[in-house]
Design a binder for this molecule. Structure first.
Ligand code: ZN
Length: 244
């Protein structure tokens, strides 16, 4: 039985990443949907850990992108901006090289398309409502599309007969059987925003066509201490405890 670990939005949270990797156990492949850095206190360490994983496919996220370039970061909120400037200074050359190696456009793997934001605009667009989901249906050729970026674990499920989308939030550890086209979001490893502060990830079983969301608790206080010690915004520490 092939098991593929799907992770996204680690956001330099090494404690959460280690908890996810331990909880997931042995996997055959790892698909990372982007934003390894941004917000959190351990960007280089998270990149080293991700880069060491076997059979890795990695997508570029908007924070990864913003750390690499000198693009204007005006579109980020003030706290995210402060954190980005810190990350730009902290990243090693090796880390930068890894971030640069990530795909800026969607990648196909079997019956899945992988994107950070959306298949139409992989780096920046959010699939947060059924209208955007609908607009993106024509932008990928596979049955299903993986997205991150919103930090919400869930499924935008298309129903052909009714020609409509529903938003499903399968309970953790509950297999979701893939049939009609859908957008699948594993949630965020390092900064969940769906009011469940536990680290989020998913396991995809390609032969069985099963999507299995997971949550795992980690030592949030340890990360909050790291954030404050690094001089990063206190708000980034606070939000981890509430999952927002
Ligand atoms: Zn993110």
């Amino acid at each position: 039985m092939t098991r593929i670990l799907v992770i996204s939005d680690i956001h330099a949270n090494l404690v959460a990443l280690e908890a996810v990797l331990a909880d997931a156990g042995a996997v055959d492949e790892v698909w990372s949907l982007g934003d390894v850095v941004g917000y959190g206190p351990r960007p280089n360490e998270c990149i080293e850990r991700i880069a060491s994983l076997p059979r890795l496919t990695a997508l570029m996220g908007n924070h990864d992108y913003a750390c690499l370039s000198d693009i204007s970061i005006e579109s980020f909120n003030p706290d995210a901006r402060r954190s980005l400037l810190w990350q730009r200074e902290t990243l090693t050359d090796a880390s930068r090289a890894f971030l640069r190696s990530q795909s800026v456009t969607p990648v196909e793997r079997g019956e899945m398309t992988l994107a950070h934001g959306s298949p139409r605009d992989s780096i920046w667009e959010y699939v947060m409502n059924t209208l955007v989901a609908r607009l993106n249906l024509d932008y990928f050729a596979t049955p299903w599309c993986l997205v991150g970026h919103s930090h919400f674990q869930g499924v935008f499920q298309y129903h052909l007969a009714e020609d409509e989308f529903t938003i499903e939030v399968p309970a953790p550890n509950t297999p979701y059987v893939l049939q009609e086209r859908a957008f699948l979001n594993p949630g965020s490893v390092g900064q969940p925003r769906d009011r469940d502060p536990r680290a989020a990830y998913a396991i995809f079983y390609p032969q069985e066509r099963i999507w299995e969301p997971h949550r795992v608790a980690y030592d949030i206080q340890a990360v909050q201490t790291q954030i404050l010690e690094a001089g990063l915004p206190a708000r980034h520490a606070e939000r981890l405890a509430g999952g927002w």
